[in-house]
Design a protein around this ligand. Structure first.
Ligand code: NI
Length: 264
């Protein structure tokens, strides 16, 4: 049995309201031993923690998505709320956070300011950071290089950057997490990156309900499809799926300090 992990999904989103427990069970039945559900604002982060509390194979991350930082009314109170959530043992990371200049739903300076706050919080509380970076390579790397320290650990989620960005992320000690994008027809650059990144720095995710892998592209994504990502990584590394998935699971367990008591 291949032991899979989805390190980044959004199981609280309303796309799953009709059949959330079915979605989770389907993933479990297919060998997805762990899922990390990611909060995108304060309320969603609370929902993520509550959902994870109901399942011993699920963990949560708490944070404000770069799209949503414009909604922060009181930055101080928001940080306090996030900080208090991290005392829950279900919370294994801060995020997602970072910069999204593709949609620019929130002004860039606000995104940058909040990103710096989250980096400092991650260093202070010792949790890894889940970084979202889209069309913001320069600023992401600049801010990280200014803020990064020995204590900061984390992952570039849904990595879609080039080799230069991958090398910079690896040099700062980060993991790279790959999504269903590796199965897309036009994924040439990402495939080169997967080939070049050492296996011990690779994670897998779905970012469900978004970014559905081929051959289900266009439909709702869900954690069971993380298998397509792991299979693509295995193919590119010329390793068996079992060996690849086992290594990826170990990477995630290490980064997120997962409690493996109930894992086969
Ligand atoms: Ni996400």
């Amino acid at each position: 049995m291949t032991i899979l992990i989805d390190t980044h999904c959004h199981l609280t989103m309303n796309q799953y309201d009709p059949d959330r427990s079915g979605v989770i069970q389907r993933a479990r039945d297919a060998g997805v031993e762990r899922m990390i559900t990611i909060g995108t604002d304060l309320e969603d982060s609370q929902r993520a923690v509550a959902l994870a509390e109901g399942h011993d194979f699920m963990s949560a991350a708490v944070g404000i998505h770069p799209h949503d930082v414009k909604e922060i009314k009181d930055p101080e109170a928001t940080c306090q709320s996030l900080k208090s959530m991290t005392s829950n043992s279900k919370v294994v990371a801060l995020g997602e956070t970072g910069l999204d200049y593709h949609y620019m739903h929130s002004p860039a300076p606000l995104q940058q300011e909040h990103f710096r706050i989250m980096i400092r919080m991650a260093k202070a509380c010792g949790l890894p950071l889940i970084i979202h970076s889209r069309e913001a390579k320069e600023d992401t790397l600049k801010i990280l290089s200014e803020e990064v320290g020995d204590q900061l650990r984390g992952v570039f989620h849904c990595f879609s950057g080039d080799m230069e960005m991958a090398e910079a992320a690896l040099a700062m000690g980060f993991y790279l997490s790959f999504s269903g994008m590796v199965t897309f027809q036009n994924a040439k650059t990402i495939l080169e990156v997967v080939k070049a990144v050492p296996l011990d720095r690779i994670l897998t995710e779905t970012d469900a309900p978004f970014l559905t892998p081929h051959p289900h592209r266009g439909k709702r994504n869900e954690p069971v499809y993380v298998r397509y990502v792991a299979e693509k990584v295995a193919e590119l590394k010329a390793l068996s799926i079992e060996e690849t998935a086992k290594a990826i699971f170990a990477n995630a367990a290490k980064l997120f300090n997962l409690n493996l008591e109930n894992t086969p």
